[in-house]
Ligand binder design. Structure first.
Ligand SMILES: [Zn+2]
Length: 339
C-alpha cells in the first residue's frame, strides 16, 4: 500500500485527518529544527578580529564566525567590500564594538539588507572620554607637559571624544564576553547554557590574566611607567593597569601627526622619564622610529592595538594579544630601569 493513499482512499473522519496532519507536521518541523541546532552552526559576523576571536571562544562549535576587518588591519579607516555585505546578509547575528569604532558599519549594514540580531559588545562598559584623561592628567600634576591638552585640541574636532578601545582592559573584555553570550543565547536559545558556560570559563581565564598583568606591572615603580605609543589606543589599558601612554596620533589613527606634535613628543621623551617607544601592528612605524631615534629612547617593539596578529603568531587571540602587550611593556619598562 502506497502511503500517499492514506488520506484519499480510507474513510477517516476530517477530524482524524487533521490530527494526523498536525502530527506529521510536528514530526517534520521537529526533525528540521533538530537538524538546524545540531548540524548547522549559527552564522555570526564580527566587525573586527578581536571580536571575531571572542565570538569563537564563547560560541565554540555552535557558531560559524566571519570577521570583517581581519588581523593586522585598521578598522578606523576600513572600507567594506561586496563580500562583506554578502556575509552580513547571510548572518543571524552581528557583533560590533560600537563607540564609533566602526564608522563604515551603518552604510554596510543598510546596503546588505541584514535583518538579524545586532549585539553591542561594549554595552555596559564605563566609557573613557578624552575629557576624562585630560582632567586626570591635570589632577595628577602631569598637566605641565600638556600632552593631553594638546592632543585634545589637535584631534577632537575630527574624532569626537569617545574612546572606542575598551577591549584594552580585561575587565571590559569580561563584559564583552557576557554580552556576546547573551546575544548568542537570544538568537539561538537552545544553546543558551552552552554559551553561558563557555563564557564563564573564558571570563575565568581573563581574570587570571588580569591578576598576572597587575602583578607584573606592580614590579615597576609608578613614575617609570610612561611610554610612547603610535595612536591613542591604550587609554583603557593605562587607566586599568597604571601605565601612562603618550600617543603620537589621536584616537582614530587617521590623521598624520603634525611636525609640532612630533617635536613636542620628542621634547617630552628627552626631558621626562619615558621608558620606551612602541609601534603598533596595524599602522606605519616610521613616525615612532623617528621619535625613538631623535629622543634616544628605547625602541620597545610592537604592541597590538586594534587588531590581532596573524594565526601563527602569539597575538592571534585576544588573550594572546593581551599577554603579549603586557609582557612586552613590562620587559621594556624593566630594561629602562637599568639604563
Ligand atoms: Zn584605534
Amino acid at each position: 500500500m502506497a502511503p500517499t493513499k492514506i488520506f484519499s482512499s480510507y474513510p477517516y473522519s476530517a477530524r482524524r485527518r487533521r490530527w494526523l496532519g498536525m502530527a506529521i507536521s510536528a514530526l517534520v518541523l521537529g526533525a528540521w529544527s533538530a537538524h538546524a541546532v545540531s548540524r548547522e552552526p549559527l552564522p555570526v559576523v564580527a566587525t573586527f578580529s578581536i571580536l571575531g576571536d571572542m565570538v569563537k571562544e564563547v560560541g565554540g562549535d555552535r557558531v560559524s564566525v566571519t570577521t570583517i576587518v581581519g588581523p593586522n588591519t585598521d578598522s578606523h579607516g576600513f572600507e567594506p567590500k561586496p563580500q562583506d555585505a554578502k556575509a552580513l546578509l547571510g548572518a543571524k547575528v552581528l557583533v560590533l564594538n560600537g563607540l564609533d569604532f566602526e564608522p563604515w558599519l551603518p552604510r554596510l549594514s543598510k546596503a546588505s539588507g541584514f535583518e538579524g540580531l545586532s549585539v553591542l559588545a561594549s554595552a555596559g562598559v564605563k566609557v573613557r572620554h578624552m575629557a576624562d584623561s585630560h582632567q586626570e592628567a591635570a589632577g595628577k600634576g602631569k598637566g605641565k607637559h600638556d600632552h593631553a591638552h594638546g592632543r585634545k585640541q589637535a584631534h577632537d574636532h575630527q574624532h569626537g571624544e569617545v574612546d572606542p578601545h575598551a577591549w584594552q582592559d580585561l575587565a571590559n573584555g569580561m563584559i564583552y564576553a557576557r554580552n556576546i553570550a547573551d546575544g548568542l543565547a537570544k538568537a539561538d536559545p537552545r544553546n543558551a547554557s552552552y554559551y553561558e558556560s563557555r563564557a564563564n570559563s573564558y571570563i575565568a581565564r581573563m581574570k587570571a590574566l588580569d591578576n598576572e598583568v597587575r602583578t607584573a606591572i606592580a614590579a615597576v615603580p609608578p613614575e617609570r611607567r610612561r611610554v610612547i605609543s603610535s595612536h591613542d589606543a591604550f587609554g583603557y589599558f593605562g587607566d586599568a593597569y597604571g601605565v601612562e601612554f603618550v600617543p603620537i596620533s589621536g584616537l582614530s589613527n587617521q590623521s598624520e601627526p603634525s611636525a609640532q606634535d612630533v617635536a613636542r613628543i620628542i621634547k617630552l621623551a628627552r626631558e621626562t622619564g619615558v621608558s620606551g617607544v612602541f609601534i603598533e601592528n596595524m599602522s606605519n612605524p616610521v613616525m615612532a622610529q623617528q621619535i625613538a631615534r631623535e629622543s634616544g629612547v628605547l625602541m620597545g617593539g610592537t604592541l597590538y592595538a586594534d587588531a590581532l596578529g596573524p594565526a601563527d603568531q602569539p597575538a592571534s587571540s585576544y588573550l594572546g594579544m593581551f599577554s603579549w602587550n603586557a609582557g612586552r611593556l613590562v620587559y621594556v619598562l624593566k630594561q629602562s630601569l637599568q639604563m
